[in-house]
Design a protein around this ligand. Structure first.
Ligand code: ADP
Length: 704
C-alpha cells in the first residue's frame, strides 16, 4: 500500500502541476487571442467609418453645394444614404447650425441647437468622428462622421452622417463571439456606444473611471476587471487609431477557470480511482507473495533441523520464490553432502579417539563428562556409560578435587587455549588406587558454553624409572662419597709414611731414592686432591640447600674475596656488569663463579688475565651470565668434553687441576634449571656462559 501511494501520489502531483502550468500558458495565450479579437473588431468598425467618410467626402464635392442648391444636394444625399449604411445625413453651417437633415423633408423647420462636436469639422477643416450624442431631430443616441466641404480653400460647411448604436451592434454581432462573452464599443469619452448584450440598458453609460484611465493609457491590453453587470471578467481591448474608440471584450472569469477546475476534478477523481485500483491489485499481489513466502517457511525450518524437505515446494507465485525454492533444495542437497562429510569426519575422529593410546576426555563448563574414549575407560576403570553421567572430579582423589575445579575455572577464565601440567598429577582409578598422570587441557567455546578437552597419560612407568634413576644416582653419589672419604685416610697415612721415610732415612739415601720418594709423595698429593674434588662433587646434592632469591652481584663479590690471593698473585683484572637476582643456592653459585674465574686465571699465559663478567636478559625471559677471559682458549672439538668429569686438556705439569671443576659447574647450573656452554677458539680466549631462568618464572613454576 505504501509502495502504491509512493508511486501514484508524486505522479498525481506532477500531473496537477503540469495542468496548472498548462493552464497558465493557455491563459496567456487566451489573453493575447482576446486582444487580437478586439483588434479585429476595431478594424471592422474602422472599415465601416471609413466607408461613411469616403461617401461623405464624395458628397462634399457636389456642385450643388457650391451653387447653394440645397434642394438638389438633399436629393443627392438621400440617394447616397443607402450606400453609406448610415442613419441620416446632415448638412451643417459654419457654426454648426443645421441646414438640412435627411430625417426631415426638405424645407421643414429644423431644431436650432447647434452640434457642438461637429463644429470642429469646419474649424479644423478635417474629418471628425463624433462621440455618442443624442440626435437633435431623432432624439436618440448616435455617433457621427463629419467631413468638411472645402470651398475656395477653406471649410464653410460640414457634411455629417450619423450611425445608430444598433448599426454598430450589428458589426459586433457579425464577429459571432461566444454567447457568454460581451463586446462593446467605447468612445473617447469612455461612453458605451454599442454592446452585444443589453444594448438598450447600457448605451450611454460610462465605463468605470479605472477602465477609462486604462483605455487612455495604452492602445491594447487585457486586464482583470468587472463587467457593468458586476461579473468578474477578463477585459481585452484595442483602441482605434482612426476614431479613438475602443472595442472591449469582456470574458467572465468563471468560464475561464471552469476548464482548470474541471481538469483538476478529473485528475483528483482519476487519482482516487487509480489508487483504489492499484490498492486492490497490490492486495492481490501481496497475498500471492505472502502465500508463497509462508509456503517456504516449513521447508526452511526442515532444512535448518537437518530433515529432508518432505513435501514438494509450493507452486511458486513469482520467479524469485521459485529461485529461493530451488536454492533451498540445493542447500538441502549441500547440507546432506555436508552432513555426510561430517559423519565421515566424525567417524574418522572417533576411530582416532578410540585407537589413541592416551585417555581423551571432554567435559563441559560444569565439568560434566561428555566424551570418554576407550583409553580413558581402560585408564580409569569406568565404562563409557558410567563416565558420561559423572563429573571429571571423580577421576582425581577427593583431596585434590577442589583444587582441580579451581584450576579448571581459572584456566577457563584465562582464555588460554592450552594448558599442560608442569608436574605429575594424581589420577584415581575406579578401584580407588591412585596413579601418576600427565595431562594436557585445551578449551574451546561451543554454543556459548566452554568445553574442556583432557588428554591424560598414565606416567606410572616414567615416574618409577625416574625414581629408580634418582635412587641409583643417590647410591652412586653415596658410593663416590664413601669411596673418596674412605680413600683419604689411607692416603693420609701413605703421605705421613713417605714424610717419615724422607725425614729419618733421607740423609742416608742416594739422590735416585730421594727422587723416587718425591715422586711418590707428589702422586699421593694429586690423588688426595682428586679424592677431595671427587668428594665435593659427590657432596653437591647432599649439601644442596633450598633455593632463595640470590643477588648474583653479591655472589660475585663473595667469590672475589675468597680468591683474593690468587687474583693478586696473577695480577688478574676482573670487571663485571650488573648481574641479576636469581632463585638459587648461594653456596653453589659461589662455587660456580669460583670454578669459572679460577679457570680463567689458570689457563692464561704470557700476560695478565683480563676477565669480564656480564649478564643479558633474553627474549624468552632467561638470563645468560657470561665469564669471558683472554686466556689460551679451547679448540672447538673439546667444547663438549671439558664439562665431563676428569676430562682435562693438559697434564698437571702444564696446568694444575683435576678435571672436576667444569663438571661441577654443569651440575650446579643444571640443578638451577639452566645450561652451560663455552664459546672459544685456541689462543682466542674463552667465554663460558650459563643460563638462569628469571626469578618471577621460577617463583611461579609449581614444579619447582
Ligand atoms: P681442571 O681445571 O681442574 O683441569 P676443569 O674441569 O675446570 O678441570 O677444566 C677442564 C679443562 O678445560 C681444563 O683442563 C682446561 O684444559 C680447559 N679449560 C677450562 N677452563 C678454561 C679456560 N678458561 N681457558 C682455557 N681452557 C680452559
Amino acid at each position: 500500500m505504501i509502495l502504491v501511494v509512493a508511486c501514484i501520489l508524486p505522479a498525481a502531483i506532477m500531473v496537477g502541476s503540469l495542468i496548472a502550468y498548462q493552464y497558465q500558458r493557455e491563459q496567456a495565450q487566451f489573453r493575447s487571442n482576446a486582444i487580437t479579437t478586439a483588434r479585429t473588431m476595431v478594424f471592422a468598425v474602422d472599415q465601416r467609418l471609413l466607408v461613411v467618410k469616403a461617401g461623405l467626402t464624395a458628397l462634399a464635392t457636389s456642385p450643388s453645394l457650391r451653387t447653394r442648391d440645397y434642394s438638389s444636394f438633399y436629393a443627392e444625399a438621400t440617394a447616397t444614404l443607402p450606400d453609406l449604411n448610415a442613419e441620416n445625413i446632415v448638412l451643417l453651417g459654419p457654426d454648426g447650425e443645421m441646414i438640412l437633415n435627411t430625417l426631415k423633408p426638405f424645407g421643414s423647420p429644423l431644431p436650432a441647437n447647434k452640434a457642438s462636436q461637429l463644429k470642429q469639422v469646419v474649424q479644423s477643416g478635417k474629418p471628425v468622428f463624433a462621440d455618442l450624442f443624442t440626435g437633435a431631430v431623432a432624439g436618440t443616441h448616435r455617433v457621427a462622421v463629419g467631413v468638411p466641404v472645402i470651398d475656395g480653400g477653406k471649410a464653410g460647411y460640414s457634411i455629417n452622417a450619423s450611425i445608430t448604436p444598433d448599426r454598430l451592434q450589428a458589426i459586433l454581432l457579425q464577429q459571432r463571439l461566444p454567447a457568454h462573452w460581451v463586446a462593446e464599443i467605447v468612445d473617447t469619452a469612455g461612453t458605451i456606444v454599442a454592446r452585444t448584450r443589453d444594448q438598450e440598458r447600457f448605451v450611454g453609460a460610462k465605463v468605470t473611471a479605472t477602465a477609462r484611465k486604462r483605455l487612455s493609457e495604452v492602445s491594447e491590453a487585457a486586464v482583470d476587471s468587472t463587467t457593468l453587470e458586476g461579473v468578474p471578467a477578463l477585459a481585452a481591448f484595442s483602441r482605434s487609431g482612426l476614431s479613438g474608440w475602443a472595442v472591449v471584450i469582456a470574458i467572465p472569469t468563471d468560464s475561464l477557470t471552469a476548464d482548470l477546475r474541471r481538469s483538476m476534478l478529473w485528475l483528483g477523481f482519476g487519482t482516487l480511482l487509480l489508487l483504489a485500483f492499484t490498492f486492490a491489485l497490490a492486495q492481490a499481489l501481496g497475498n500471492g507473495i505472502v502465500r508463497t513466502t509462508r509456503g517456504l517457511i516449513a521447508p526452511a525450518l526442515a532444512l535448518g533441523s537437518g530433515e529432508p524437505l518432505a513435501a514438494p515446494l509450493p507452486e511458486p507465485w513469482f520467479r524469485e520464490a521459485a529461485q529461493l525454492g530451488r536454492a533451498l533444495e540445493q542447500a538441502a542437497g549441500l547440507l546432506s553432502g555436508a552432513n555426510r562429510a561430517l559423519t565421515q569426519s566424525e567417524a574418522r575422529l572417533r576411530a582416532i579417539l578410540e585407537s589413541a593410546m592416551d585417555a581423551v576426555i571432554i567435559a563441559d563448563e560444569d565439568h560434566r563428562i561428555i566424551l570418554f574414549n576407550a583409553a580413558a575407560e581402560k585408564l580409569f576403570g569406568y565404562s563409557r556409560q558410567e563416565a558420561l553421567v559423572a563429573s571429571v572430579d571423580r577421576l582425581v582423589p577427593e583431596r585434590l578435587r577442589d583444587d582441580l575445579a579451581a584450576r579448571l575455572d581459572a584456566f577457563g577464565q584465562s582464555g588460554d587455549q592450552y594448558l599442560r601440567s608442569t608436574q605429575v598429577l594424581v589420577g584415581l582409578h575406579r578401584g580407588s588406587e591412585e596413579f601418576p598422570i600427565d595431562a594436557a587441557i585445551s578449551q574451546f567455546v561451543e554454543d556459548g558454553r566452554r568445553i574442556y578437552t583432557f588428554i591424560v597419560r598414565d606416567v606410572t612407568e616414567r615416574v618409577r624409572s625416574h625414581d629408580e634413576l634418582v635412587r641409583s644416582n643417590l647410591d652412586l653419589q653415596q658410593f663416590a662419597f664413601v669411596a673418596s672419604h674412605d680413600l683419604r685416610t689411607p692416603l693420609r697415612s701413605i703421605k705421613g709414611y713417605l714424610h717419615l721415610l724422607e725425614k729419618r732415612y733421607g740423609p742416608g739415601l742416594d739422590v735416585k731414592a730421594l727422587d723416587l720418594i718425591h715422586r711418590a709423595s707428589n702422586a699421593v698429593q694429586t690423588l688426595d686432591r682428586l679424592t677431595e674434588d671427587l668428594l665435593s662433587y659427590a657432596r653437591l646434592d647432599a649439601q644442596a640447600k633450598p633455593f632463595t632469591a640470590i643477588d648474583c652481584n653479591e655472589v660475585l663479590a663473595d667469590t672475589l674475596q675468597l680468591m683474593d690471593a690468587a687474583i693478586v698473585e696473577s695480577a688478574a683484572r676482573i670487571s663485571a656488569g650488573p648481574l641479576p637476582v636469581v632463585l638459587g643456592d648461594r653456596g653453589q653459585l659461589v662455587q660456580l663463579f669460583q670454578n669459572l674465574l679460577s679457570n680463567s686465571i689458570t689457563y692464561c699465559e704470557g700476560h695478565a688475565p683480563e676477565i669480564r663478567v656480564t649478564s643479558e636478559l633474553g627474549a624468552d625471559g632467561v638470563w645468560t651470565i657470561s665469564v669471558a677471559d683472554n686466556g689460551i682458549g679451547i679448540e672447538a672439538r673439546h667444547h663438549e668434553r671439558i664439562f665431563e668429569v676428569f676430562k682435562r686438556l693438559h697434564t698437571s705439569q702444564e696446568y694444575p687441576g683435576t678435571g672436576i671443576g667444569l663438571a661441577m659447574c654443569r651440575r650446579i647450573v643444571e640443578r638451577h634449571g639452566g645450561r652451560i656452554w663455552v664459546a672459544s677458539a685456541a689462543g682466542q680466549g674463552s667465554t663460558f656462559s650459563f643460563t638462569m631462568p628469571v626469578i618471577s618464572e621460577v617463583h611461579h613454576d609449581p614444579a619447582t
